[in-house]
Design a protein around this ligand. Sequence first.
Ligand SMILES: Cc1ncc(COP(=O)(O)O)c(C=O)c1O
Length: 388
Amino acid sequence: MKWRAHPDDVLPLWVAEMDVPLAPPIAEALHRAVDLGDTGYPYGSAYAEALAEFARERWRWDGVRIERTAVVPDVMMGIVEVLRLITEPGDAVVVCSPVYPPFYAFVTHDSRKIVEAPLGPDLRVDLDALEAAFVRARSQGRRAAFLMSNPHNPTGVVHTRDELQAIARLARKHDVRVISDEIHAPLVLPGAVFTPFLSIEGSENGFALTSASKAWNLAGLKAALVVAGPDAADDLRRLPEEVSHGPSHLGVIAHTAAFREGGIWLDELLRGLDANRTLLGQLIAEHLPEARYHRPEGTYLAWLDCSWLGLHDDRQRDELGVVSDVAGPAKMFLDRARVALSSGHVFGSGGAGCVRLNFATSPAILRQALSRMGRAVRDLDGLPDLDG
Ligand SMILES: Cc1ncc(COP(=O)(O)O)c(C=O)c1O
């Protein structure tokens, strides 16, 4: 999608895909399956076993129990299915805005309503705002869930053990079920430590969603895992059998190879992303010094506050009334710098005026993109207001 959605002169730094060659052990596993004609339905627990081993080695966490896992088509469909187990239509789902836009779309499409708990000015979870949102979500005595991005997309914040502990305590206090989306967990960069939510005391009735798709660039090979805490096992048993028909067998093979044999490739990737993160910091200081930028601790996503530009971010609608995905600074950078970024306004409250930049690309492309963006901003001076 990344390199197809825009014309050739656009540098695509938007959707969460990486410009990397496939990890050799994954390619070999897929080649083997194709050579064998092994292209039927998925079966077995290899994916969950590979995750369990990876979690023990990388996160020093021995908490993945195969009988408390289920393979689902992808993380977002897994989230929807878990929400169906623990909430009903009309119930509230709390999210920390700004956050990954499908958290809004998938949740509301399934007739749950969103209650926002905006992040603090440091872009970390604001526990007071979270508690207020829990109270609001539960105000009519209805069930409620907290859908958390751990690490957080789009800010790259990696929640600390203390933060997760406080979140678990609040969730217990207000009887809110936690769903921790841990798709970016293997992508924690030097300086930060990933903590699985289900390793936290008080998380026992929570769920985690995991997948190899972000860290090994496998979004086209559909598969993901739900992991239930011990007190959520009965809920998971109610997962309808047909959900297991969604994942792709080749997806399961690829994701299993990633967790089992993709460690060396991942380490090399993380070194490259760390170097790109440093380069990006330098390029922002050089070309967009006015942008407010918090160095991400994980993911390959950077969140740039460009509100100094003063570009309106009001949701623009097309002739059918459909809200445009690209507005404000992202639209300006697309039009004038030919750089495609994710537009902040679709990430919910606090997103307008910001852009999300995907730095999982070559240093050369990063340099070119930031240089073009800087030039576009300088050229704006003296030109009429884009939205005027
Ligand atoms: C936080 C988060 N959750 C879920 C997804 C999508 O995962 P999937 O394609 O497995 O639904 C993404 C993709 O970028 C993401 O950033």
